[in-house]
Design a binder for this molecule. Structure first.
Ligand code: SF4
Length: 478
């Protein structure tokens, strides 16, 4: 979900981007963060051949999984159900929130703790819970900061990357009772930890995302560094996992290569601190774990991408964020300028399916098509190709193209006419030659002498000479 009204996402994207590029602190912070993440990733892949082989494998696993998606989802449901997990299907964000609320009401729940989940951001889960009088507290430190500030995440891996430690110190002092200002990072982390630990113990429900779901074994995999994911999924009596339908793979053997690609591409870590494998509620005799586990499989526009062979590649994404870290546009404007849950290159290709192309097509134009995103994508999603395809779909005549939601809404008749004429000229050699001949006659309109131009240029030459001589003199003096 976007924090903006849908029409605002595309309409004011340019204005938000301008504001971001004029914010020097943000620019500097983003540059430092992107340089740091890029060098961390690079250090993790010293061997180009190993990287190429691993990317081939990752791409093959994701393609294979998507090719068999309907069967794998059914297999996942069967195996999870056999282990005591309740599986729910939600076509829309509203349906998903309704299911969560229904479970919460059944348990008389009042407090929910959340692990990091971009899908929950996508469906606007926090807002839906708050509207129903349920506290939904983010426990990932970055998400906690962003929630406290009343903002949305600006990066899919590091939600508070746009904030300085001074800003976080001021935020904690202003919003957390009894907390004094500090910009010491360790102290800030400790403040958050102390507060959250109590909240885990008090929570009725723990909610998490899912990085991968294994169909054959009925296993939910959760990748994290802070341990808050493990707390959310094991301390409260009820655990609800939410995920997009594309996260399923067939075999447990598929996890290690994807996990390795994810952690090395995302934060430049060989492994994360925690890899949680969840396979059902607490069994008899076990000392901890939830009494009830639910999985909500969410479509929310993904089947639109799935229906188109080229756009389906969008769903290969493992949400590592590397495309954002290497994108020259994202590195200058940051995530919040996009106005969507998923910013950067991945946001530009996935948002049209979630929110409609009509409101999000300007995001697809926010790319130089330099190809840096595709070069680092661990599962080889051809992002520039998909961006061009979406730009095209935004301009098609209504009723033509792939039938994407909002297709053709960016079409401007005069622009379309100009491009049609251009295409016609390029198709007909005789017309092309005649027009280039005609255009070359345009040189008759240029001035006979180049005096005006050289008149400006010539005085600069002695000035440059003088400067060079002065510099040489100064060098001699030293
Ligand atoms: S598109 Fe590729 S690089 Fe970007 S987040 Fe997804 S997997 Fe990572």
């Amino acid at each position: 979900m976007s924090h903006l009204p849908p029409a605002d996402i595309g309409q004011n994207f340019a204005a938000r981007s301008r504001a971001a590029t004029n914010n020097q602190d943000l620019r500097q912070g983003l540059r430092n963060a992107m340089d740091f993440l890029q060098s961390r990733r690079q250090a993790q892949f010293p061997d180009a051949d190993e990287l190429a082989g691993l990317r081939d494998l990752g791409e093959a696993i994701r393609r294979y999984s998507l090719a068999r998606l309907p069967q794998l989802l059914e297999q996942l449901e069967r195996n999870l159900t056999a282990k005591g997990v309740e599986v729910h299907w939600a076509e829309t964000a509203e349906e998903a929130n309704h299911i969560v609320l229904e479970i919460a009401q059944r348990h008389g729940a009042k407090r929910m703790v959340k692990g990091k989940s971009m899908v929950s951001e996508e469906i606007g889960l926090n807002q839906a819970m708050q509207a129903a009088g349920l506290e939904a507290l983010e426990t990932d430190m970055g998400e906690f900061i962003v929630q406290l500030a009343g903002e949305t995440p600006s990066h899919i891996i590091m939600p508070a990357i746009h904030k300085t430690k001074q800003e976080i110190g001021a935020l904690f002092a202003a919003k957390l009772p009894g907390v004094a200002y500090t910009e010491n990072v360790d102290e800030l982390i400790q403040i958050g930890r102390t507060l959250l630990r109590r909240k885990f113990a008090e929570a009725d429900i723990g909610l998490s995302g899912v990085n991968f779901a294994v169909a054959e074994t009925g296993t939910l995999c959760l990748v994290e560094n802070e341990g808050n994911g493990r707390m959310c999924t094991s301390v409260p009596r009820v655990h609800i996992a939410v995920t997009g339908i594309e996260k399923v793979v067939e075999k447990i053997e598929h996890i290690p290569p994807l996990y390795s690609l994810l952690t090395r591409s995302a934060t430049g870590q060989a492994v994360t601190t925690y890899l949680n494998l969840i396979s059902g509620p607490r069994r008899a005799g076990e000392l901890d774990g939830p009494e009830e586990v639910h999985l909500i499989l969410i479509d929310n526009g993904r089947t639109q991408a799935y229906a188109d062979e080229q756009l389906r590649q969008t769903l290969q994404c493992i949400r590592c964020g590397a495309c954002m870290n290497h994108c020259p546009v994202y590195a200058r404007i940051g995530g919040q300028a996009y106005g969507t849950t998923y910013p950067g290159p991945i946001g530009a290709i996935v948002s049209p399916h979630l929110l409609g192309l009509g409101t999000t097509f300007p995001l697809a134009t926010a790319s130089t098509l330099c190809g840096a995103c595709a070069e680092v994508c661990p599962v080889r999603i051809p992002i520039p190709e998909l961006l061009v395809r979406l730009r095209n779909e935004a301009q098609v005549r209504r009723g033509h193209g792939a039938g994407l939601r909002g297709a053709g809404e960016a079409r401007r008749p005069l622009v379309s006419l100009a491009f049609r004429l251009w295409a016609l000229v390029y198709r007909l050699p005789l017309l092309y030659r005649s027009l280039t001949w005609l255009m070359s006659r345009g040189r008759l309109l240029t001035p006979k002498s180049q005096g005006a131009w050289t008149g400006i240029r010539t005085p600069l030459i002695p000035a440059r000479r003088r400067l060079r001589d002065r510099l040489a003199e100064r060098a001699d003096e030293q």
